[in-house]
Structure formats: C-alpha cells, structure tokens
Design a protein around this ligand. Structure first.
Ligand SMILES: N[C@@H](CCC(=O)N[C@@H](CS)C(=O)NCC(=O)O)C(=O)O
Length: 232
C-alpha cells in the first residue's frame, strides 16, 4: 500500500476536483496519468484500483478510494474544519447535504449529457433526445443551486470541497456534450461570481496550469491544451 497520495487522473476529468482539493490543503501528492485515448481507465491495472473504470481514484495509506465525493470528504477530514465543517460542527449536516447533491444529482446529470450512449445505446437520434432533456434538467438544477439560501460555501471567500467539486462541473457544459450554445453561466450571476472568485485562488491557478485549462477555466472555459494526456 502506498504511503503517499497518488492521484490517478486525466486532464479536465473529475480528477480535477480532487487535484483542486489537494492543492487547497497543501498536501503533497503524486499524479499517475491515465491515457484516455488508450482507454487506460479500463485497463486491468486501473480496474484493480477502481473496478468501475472511472476517473478519479486516489491511492492513500488507507487504501485506494474512488468516487469523487468520497475522496474529497476523506481529504477534508485530514484537516477537519478546513474544507468542510468537522463532524461535530452544527454545519456538518448542511455541508453533507450539498456534497451529496453535487455527487448524486448534479454530477450524474452531467454524465447523461457527456455519455448518453452509455445510458441509451448507440442511436444518435436517441442520444440527442436524451441530451436535449438533460440540458433542461441541468439548467433546472443550477436554478436550484443559484437560489439556495443554505449554500454558504457558494459565496464564501474560503475554499471548500464543495467549491472544488462544483467549479469543474460549471466548466464542462461550456465545452463538452455536443452543442454548447444552450449554456451561459452569466444566466446565474451568483454562480458566475463564484467561478470568477474561485479561479483566482492560487490552487485553481496551479491546477489550470497543470492541466492546460487556460486563464479563466471556470468563468470562461475553452478546450484544454494539457501538457500531457487528453481530456477525452
Ligand atoms: N461517479 C464517479 C463519476 C466519475 C466520472 O464520471 N469520470 C469520468 C471522467 S470526468 C470518466 O471516468 N469517464 C470515462 C468513462 O466513462 O469511460 C465519480 O464521482 O468519481
């Protein structure tokens, strides 16, 4: 078992959320690039770490962890109260609620947009129909988030695992998932302000550099030009 933290990643994949949290916490870590062009996420060596064939996974002294939210919470709990309210904090329940919403509600909706064939099969017409409905669903979810009075992490100067998770999810619909003209973050001024604030943090700047995400990765995304590997 590794004594260091090793992040299995591909540029601009969900591993970006974990990289952001690692950088925010100032924890030393290694990266292991997964070559998506070669479908490395489904190679036996990686399936031994994450049998789902999904990115990311984090190897830790406690064993490998997969699922973005689980990794983020495990990391936050290394330094309780830093990126997430500690278990004894009265704000913990509210924080868990939004973390699970990001993981169980918003992220799966994005996966429907990016991987429609996985859910509905190879027909291009069927996939586009699923995408059309999913774009509406994502917009509805962002309406809910933008109006939430109990999501203090959205407006906070301090970072959080929620911010690390959300920022990439606000980026991806602008550049992936077929046509992107339906998506304008400016429709949600609170979310746009969040993205602008977060992308100016040193951790976000370092992550953007490491993965080739450009100067405004969350408020005005462009296709990545990573120094190694590829996003898809
Ligand atoms: N529920 C998973 C989803 C992760 C996920 O969707 N990863 C994408 C990259 S952003 C992936 O591995 N895609 C490759 C594939 O589906 O084959 C998590 O939260 O870790």
């Amino acid at each position: 078992m590794t004594q260091t933290l090793r992040l299995h990643y591909a540029p601009d994949n969900a591993s970006l959320c974990v990289r952001l949290a690692l950088l925010e916490l100032g924890l030393p870590f290694e990266t292991a690039l997964l070559d998506r062009q070669a479908n490395a996420q489904n190679a036996p060596e990686y399936l031994a770490i994450n049998p789902n064939g999904l990115i990311p996974a984090l190897e830790t002294p406690d064993g490998p962890i997969f699922e973005t939210a689980a990794i983020l919470l495990w990391l936050a709990d290394r330094q309780p109260g830093t990126l997430c309210p500690a278990p004894t904090d009265p704000g913990r329940g509210n924080a868990l609620k939004w973390l699970f919403w990001l993981s169980n509600t918003l992220h799966p909706a994005l996966r429907l947009l990016f991987y429609p064939g996985f859910h509905i099969g190879p027909s291009e017409a069927d996939q586009e129909q699923l995408r059309m409905r999913t774009r509406e669903r994502i917009s509805d979810l962002l309406d809910i988030l933008a109006a939430a009075p109990d999501a203090p992490w959205l407006d906070a100067e301090a970072p959080s695992i929620h911010a690390c998770y959300l920022a990439p999810m606000l980026r991806w619909p602008a550049i992936y998932g077929g046509r992107t003209d339906w998506y304008d973050l400016g429709r949600w001024p609170r979310l746009l302000a969040f993205a602008q604030r977060f992308e100016n943090r040193p951790a976000a700047i370092a992550a953007a550099l490491a993965e080739g995400l450009g100067p405004c990765p969350f408020s005005a995304p462009v296709h990545p030009t990573p120094p190694e590997g590829s996003a898809t």
